[in-house]
Write a new protein. Structure first.
Length: 120
C-alpha cells in the first residue's frame, strides 16, 4: 500500500479539514457543519475536499454508533457493553481527528478507520 502525499501548499487546509471534525465540542453540530463548510469552500477533487469528506463520514459514523449504544443501554444485559463501547467510541472520536491532523502536517493523507475510501 502506497502512502499518498499531500502537497506542501495543501497541508494546512487538509489539517484544518481533519481537525474541523472536533468542532462538535465547541458548537452544537459543529462536527458536521465544519466539514460541510470545508467541502463547499474547497476546490472539487482537491485533497482538502477529500479530507473534509472523510471527517464528515467519520462524524456521521460516530453519531450513528452513539445512537446504537444509547439504544442498547436500555437493556439491562447490554449496559456494561454500552458503557465500554461508549468509552472506546469517545476516545476514537477525539483521538482520530488529532491523528489525522498530525499525519496531514507530516505530509501524509490519512483515511479514517471504518470509513476508508468509502467517503471519497
Amino acid at each position: 500500500m502506497t502512502m499518498e502525499r499531500i502537497d506542501a501548499s495543501d497541508r494546512g487546509t487538509v489539517a484544518l479539514a481533519h481537525i474541523s471534525g472536533l468542532g462538535g465540542y465547541v458548537v452544537p453540530f459543529g462536527g458536521v457543519l465544519a466539514p460541510i463548510l470545508m467541502m463547499i469552500a474547497a476546490e472539487d477533487g482537491s485533497q482538502a475536499e477529500r479530507a473534509a469528506k472523510q471527517a464528515l463520514a467519520f462524524n456521521v459514523f460516530v453519531f450513528i454508533m452513539g445512537l446504537l449504544l444509547v439504544i442498547s443501554a436500555f437493556t439491562i444485559v447490554l449496559i456494561p457493553v454500552a458503557i465500554g463501547c461508549g468509552i472506546i467510541l469517545g476516545l476514537l472520536a477525539f483521538g482520530l481527528p488529532i491523528y489525522g491532523l498530525v499525519k496531514a502536517m507530516s505530509g501524509e493523507f490519512c483515511r479514517y478507520p471504518f470509513v476508508g475510501s468509502f467517503a471519497e
